[in-house]
Design a protein around this ligand. Structure first.
Ligand SMILES: C[S@@+](CC[C@H](N)C(=O)[O-])C[C@H]1O[C@@H](n2cnc3c(N)ncnc32)[C@H](O)[C@@H]1O
Length: 282
């Protein structure tokens, strides 16, 4: 598959629904655009408000695994509307927080919404994850929350290996296939499916843990934690199906539901695990 960086298509609809003041979208996605995390998945109610809280919780899970604390320099690659940076900005002090995104519309929304607290410093950088205009060893933590499947992974790992200071870490979340599923996903191009391409754009879900280990090794990093949180994320799917109920175009609902069902089935059958991975800089 040839990698071509581009804005993911789901942001077109999201930005439109936010611009017209659609209340459900605002409650669920005004800050974070990723799967949710529930401590007690069977008790999920899947209201838009609860979804927004579950999304905030997932962001905090990643920040905790990364060990982010006061005074750190954090770059969030594929930062969406800056929700994770907003959360860190509210909770911690003396931070340098940098959001990187390929989509200037998302960065504009982020910089309009997130104002630095105290002496925290915020920067928004328009760039491809494969070429990040930051100096060598200038960050303590790099985050990629549900964005790495859009990136050219080898080039992204090379960039992170370059910009992390010694002792720093990269913490990301991704849909990680089992080793067998990775072979299968290699053989088919998941994004060639019309529904997947229309809904989620170009995504590469074929990076298993052994491939991640190889990528890390080639870039002076080591995979030190892999936490499977699939069960805690599963209520996301019911919320995503219900979120289409006000969409005016039935064809769009059909495509989005079909693509999302593929992801749900692969997750429930153990082919894809929603994992939080931490890589430490050697
Ligand atoms: C699922 S969203 C996650 C957004 C954000 N991390 C969050 O959790 O709210 C994926 C993000 O990756 C960004 N993205 C996709 N391809 C990119 C690339 N090549 N370089 C930088 N950002 C990219 C998208 O614009 C989007 O903001």
């Amino acid at each position: 598959m040839v990698h071509q960086p581009s804005n993911p298509p789901y942001f077109d609809g999201l930005l439109h629904r936010l611009a017209i003041g659609e209340a459900r979208t605002a409650a669920a996605f005004s800050r974070h655009v990723h799967w949710g995390y529930w401590h007690e998945p069977p008790q999920a109610t899947c209201t838009p408000e609860e979804y927004g809280e579950a999304a905030e919780l997932l962001s905090r899970v990643l920040c905790d695994v990364a060990g982010i604390g006061d005074g750190m320099r954090v770059v969030d690659v594929g930062c969406g509307f800056g929700g994770t940076i907003a959360s860190l900005n509210e909770r911690l002090g003396e931070m340098l927080l940098i959001g990187v995104n390929i989509d200037p519309r998302q960065l504009q929304r982020a910089s309009d919404m997130v104002r630095p607290c105290g002496i925290n410093s915020l920067k928004w950088v328009e760039a491809d994850a494969a070429q990040i205009p930051l100096a060598d060893a200038s960050c303590d933590v790099a985050l990629a929350l549900e964005s790495v499947f859009h990136f050219d992974r080898p080039r992204f790992f090379a960039e992170v290996g370059r910009l992390l200071a010694p002792g720093g870490n990269l913490t990301l979340s991704d849909f990680v296939p089992s080793e067998r599923a990775a072979e299968y996903l290699d053989a088919i191009d998941f994004s060639a499916d019309e529904a997947v391409r229309w809904s989620y754009g170009q995504i590469d879900l074929a990076c298993s843990l052994s491939r991640y280990r190889e990528l890390a090794k080639a870039n002076n990093l080591e995979l030190t934690q892999a936490i499977d949180i699939t069960e805690n994320t599963l209520p996301t799917y019911d919320f995503l199906y219900s979120s289409t109920k006000d969409w005016p175009e039935s064809r769009e609902v059909e495509l989005f539901s079909r693509a999302t069902r593929l992801l749900e089935k692969a997750s429930r059958k153990g082919m894809l695990g929603y994992q939080v991975l931490r890589f430490d800089r050697l």
